[in-house]
Design a protein around this ligand. Sequence first.
Ligand code: BTN
Length: 323
Amino acid sequence: MNKAKEEILTVLRNSNDFVSGQQLCEKLKISRAAVSKHVKGLRKLGYQIESTPRRGHRLIKTIDIPLEIEVRQYLKTKLIGKHYSFQQEISSTNSFLADLPLSECHDGMVMAADKQTTGRGRMQRTWHSPKGTNLYFSVLLQPRRNLSDIPQLALVTAAAIVDALKTITPDIDAGIKWPNDILVNGKKLAGILCEMQAEADVIHKVILGIGLNVNITEKQFPKELQKQSTSLRMETGTSINRPQLMAELLNSMDKHYRKWLKDGLTHFLPTLKDRLLLVDKKIKVKNLDNFTEGVVQGLSNDGGLVLKTGNKNQTVYSGEIKI
Ligand code: BTN
C-alpha cells in the first residue's frame, strides 16, 4: 500500500465522522482527483468507505487481511516485525525467507501472506493454505547461539502461540504436541516449521514458519484433513480478527524470543510442561529410519521428550510422534 493510501486510511480511522475531500487534500498535499483515486484504490482492497459529495469520506468497515497497516496498530514488539512484508499470494513464506539473500535479511523480519500456493509442513508435507481465512507467516531470526540450541525455538514459539491464544481466545484450551504442533480437543490448530541455514557453527538464519487455522470452516478443509484439523472459529463459534491476532502472536513471540536469548529455556518449562500433551501415553517417535518407543514422562530441561522404555528413561530431541 502506498504512503498516500496509508495516510488517508489513518485519517479516516481516527475520525468517527466524515472527513471532507478538502481536508484530505490539505493534509496530504495532493489534488482532489488524487484523493478520489486513492479512496477507490482502498475500496478495491476491500475497505468499505462511504463517500458523498457534500460530506466527504467515512470509513465504514476495515479489512480482515494482515496487511502491515492493519497489524501495526496493535504491534508492541522490540525486534520481531520491525520489518514486515505482506503478499496476497506467495509460494511459501518460509521459502521466500529461505531464498532471500543474506544482505537483504533483517533480524526479526516477518513475511506474511493471505494465501500460499505451496505451503510446506514438517516431514515434506504440504500445509493447506487457502485465501482469506487463516494466518500464514514466517519470522527470520539471527540468534548468536549454539546450533544445538536452535530446536528449542520451536518450543519457545509453541509457548508464545499458546500465550497469545490465552489473550485472544481465552476459552480454548490449547495443548502442545511435542515438538511443535498446537492441538485443541485432539485436533490440529497450528503448526510450526523451524528451518535453519548455518555454516560450520555460524547461524545465518533461523526461519520460524507458523500456520494457524483461524476462520476456516470444516467444509473448507480437504476431506482427508477434516477429522484431524480445527480452527479458532470452529472451536469458538465466532470469527476472529486476523490482523489483531497476528499482532498478538508477534508480540508474544517477541517477548518469548528475547527472554529465551537472555535466560534460555528454563523460564518456559512450567508452561511447556503444563501444556504438554500425551503424558503417560505410549507413543513412538519416528526419526529418519529409527523408532523410539516408550511412555511419555515429560520434557527434559533442554526441551527433549523424555520416554520411559522398560525401566529406563531416554530423551529424544527430534522426530515425529506416532500414536
Ligand atoms: C507443520 O505442522 O507441519 C508445520 C506447518 C507450518 C506451516 C507454515 S504456514 C507459514 C510457513 N510457510 C510454509 O510454507 N510453512 C509454514
